[in-house]
Design a protein around this ligand. Sequence first.
Ligand code: DX5
Ligand code: ZN
Length: 220
Amino acid sequence: MKLVKVSPSILAADFANLEHEIRKVEKCADYIHLDVMDGHFVPNLSFGYPVVEAIKRISKIPLDVHLMVENPPQYVEGFSEYHPEILTIHYEVCNNLYRTLQRIKELGSKAFVAINPHTPVIILDDILDYLDGVLIMSVNPGFSGQEFIGRSIRRIRVLSEMRKARDLTFKIMVDGGVSPSNASELVEAGADILVMGSAVFRSDDPESVCTAVKESWRIP
Ligand code: DX5
Ligand code: ZN
C-alpha cells in the first residue's frame, strides 16, 4: 500500500511571507517544490541559490528542486550544496544527460528528468534505467496558475506502461495545473508525486488541500 506524495510549489506562495507560507504545509507536504527559472529556457525569472538556502535553513521538508534553466550541468553542484532530495533537470536543454544524472546521484540527490508537453515520452526510452524519476510537465513551464493540458494523462499512462513492461521503479511526477479535481485521474494513470502550486497556496486552507489529495489515494 502506498500513498501519493505531494510537493507544494512555492511559486504560487506569498514571497513576502515565505516562512509563514511554508509552515502552512509543513505537516502534509512530502517535499517542497522549488522552481528555478533563468529567463532563457522559460520566459520568466524566479529565484536561485539564496532562496533555496533560506528554505533549507527554516524547514525540514525535503527539497524538490526543478531546474528550468539552460545548461543545467552548470548548476548541479551549486544546488547540491543544499542537499535536495530530488534534483530535476530538463531533457530539452541537457546534452550530457547520462553524465549529469550520474553526477546528481554522486552528490546525493535523486536524479529526475523533466519533459515539456511537446517532448515525446518515448524519447526517454534509452535512459529510463538510470533515472530515479520522470517529471511530466502538464503545462508549458514558466508560470503557476496555467490550465492543465489534458493529453498529459495519456503521457503518464504510456510512461507507466513502459515502467511496468521493464520492471523499473522510477517515480512519475506531474507538474502544472494539478488540483484535487484532476488528482484522481493522474494517480490512476500512474503518477506517484503531484506538484501543486496555486491549488495549494492560493487556497484558504493549504493543508486541507494536500491532505485531501493524499488521503483519497491509497494504492495497493
Ligand atoms: C511551472 C512550474 C510549476 C508551477 C506549478 O513552470 O514548474 O511547478 O509552480 O503551478 P500550478 O500548480 O499553479 O500550475
Ligand atoms: Zn515545477
